[in-house]
Design a protein around this ligand. Structure first.
Ligand code: FES
Length: 112
């Protein structure tokens, strides 16, 4: 099983993931603070994350993901949308963006 290392500002969490699951699904399963304002249908950019390791192992973003990323904040060459990236066989390191964390806290006000 591939390992996904999630980087949040105050912790690093390494979890095992099932190939085929999206990063958002893995994050939600393990309480990682990845926002998902649209519920994972590529209609916001709350799940914007930076792939810090393993990016070459992933298929390139499709047009819908790229178009949506154009509306995100602080987009970098290694930016992806967590709801659109499916885990393959390679390990990944995924840093959450401030945009995503802020949305997650808005969705979980009890966690502030
Ligand atoms: S959760 Fe909205 S685009 Fe990924």
């Amino acid at each position: 099983m591939p390992k996904i290392r999630f980087i949040e500002p105050d912790r690093i969490l390494e979890v095992e993931a099932k190939a085929g699951d999206t990063l958002l699904e893995v994050a939600e399963e393990h309480g990682v603070k990845m926002g998902s304002a649209c519920g994972g249908v590529c209609a916001c950019s709350a799940c914007h994350c930076w792939i810090r390791a393993g990016l070459p192992s992933l298929p390139e973003a499709e047009d819908a993901e790229s178009d949506r990323l154009d509306m995100a904040f602080d987009v970098r060459p290694f930016s992806r949308l967590g709801c659109q990236v499916r885990v393959g066989t390679a390990d990944l390191t995924v840093e959450l963006t401030q945009e995503s964390i802020t949305t997650w806290f808005n969705e979980h006000p009890d966690q502030r």
